[in-house]
Design a protein around this ligand. Sequence first.
Ligand code: IMP
Ligand code: MG
Length: 178
Amino acid sequence: MTDITKTGKIKVLVSREELKAKTEELAKRITKDYEGKDLLLVGVLKGGFMFMADLCRAIDLPLSVDFISVSSYGNSTVSSGVVRILKDIDYDITGKHVLIVEDLIDTGLTLTYLKDLFMAKHCASVKICTILDKPSRRKVNLEVDYQGIIIPDKFVIGYGLDYAEKYRNLPDVCVIEE
Ligand code: IMP
Ligand code: MG
């Protein structure tokens, strides 16, 4: 596989500095809003792992962390609309304040599915936090409680996001140039 990071075919869309600043801003709001509440962050794997690591360290509360792994795209770059649970959360979430931590909201299908799934398990609340958002691509009406950086309708890689399972480790969010 050609390494597109070496061929000059990628361009930074959101820099690591912008990601850090937005993460800190969201974490401040979360710290204030969840004060005194039993907060559980649920990261959506795999893409959400990097944002989760940065976000949880910036929140000044005694929170818990869990992960769920879903697959909605396979190895394609377009959503099939079918969400498959590859790994479920480990703990009982009854009574907890669940905050779903996502890398990017595109069609909104994944999070609509996950939000309904968690709500059915009788937690105290279910809210959504994403570092990136492509609202122009939305297929369903979804309330995003903590919205990160709005990006245009372009396929992005880096900061957790992959193209065919590669490039998740890029520190900036990049676009592939044609
Ligand atoms: P949604 O269900 O369409 O909202 O998208 C679900 C997931 O697909 C996102 O959380 C990402 O993990 C992945 N995804 C969507 N757009 C992109 C992209 O541009 N690059 C890489 N992954 C993406
Ligand atoms: Mg994701």
